[in-house]
Write a protein that binds this ligand. Sequence first.
Ligand code: 13P
Length: 252
Amino acid sequence: MTRRIFIAGNWKMNLTLSASLELAEGLKQKTANVTAADVAVCPPSVYLQPVAAALRNSNIKVGAQNVYFEKNGAFTGEISAEMLKDIGVTYVILGHSERRNILGESSETVNRKTHAALAAGLIPIVCVGELLKEREAGVTEEVVRRQFDGSFSGISAEDMTKCVIAYEPVWAIGTGKVATPEQAEEVHAAIRKMIAAKYGKDAAEAVRIQYGGSVNDKNAEEILAKPNVDGALVGGASLKVDSFLGIINGAK
Ligand code: 13P
């Protein structure tokens, strides 16, 4: 099975409405002939709908950066998976390290969100990754395994194949300190083994594993060339048309 490269831009809490629309329009035009990769952008929730409207009839899908796991009700400030689906959202980033580490999100919460997203027909992009001190202590695989097991608890093999996993070493996020292609490949291969052990070989071959952490238009091609790296989840470099396009063009 060949997995299609998937490049997603995580805009995090950046841009204004007009800057979001300008970026979306620029990307829409310049990706009109892109065939080598699936592309998505994940704007802040308030800009999801206008960006989704701007990207209608384009090669770019829209993703949210978070979701709540309940269907509806008295949950002030939260947004449900059905609501995201309703406004044309395709993907949702779950368990990003900024949510795990700054907002205290646990793998148990990520798991509930993964179930809710799948039930609503959204594609979860579930993030895993170790802190610098965990890498230095040699427990990277153990940490990632714990996040993987927790985040996907109770998910069927069929649903697993719909999910995307993003390996984002926390020490590489926003630091300019990108993992080497070999470091990324090593963890990606380990994650694929975890999928195979739990869901079987077919599921493991189908699931796309993105790398995230200081990906830019200079280093993307080399990382994307690794056999178990199936795409990138891009922060800073996804905020400008040319740098994001450069990463997309790194997909061969
Ligand atoms: P940077 O690309 O800015 O390092 O961010 C990576 C990331 O967290 C994407 O989700």
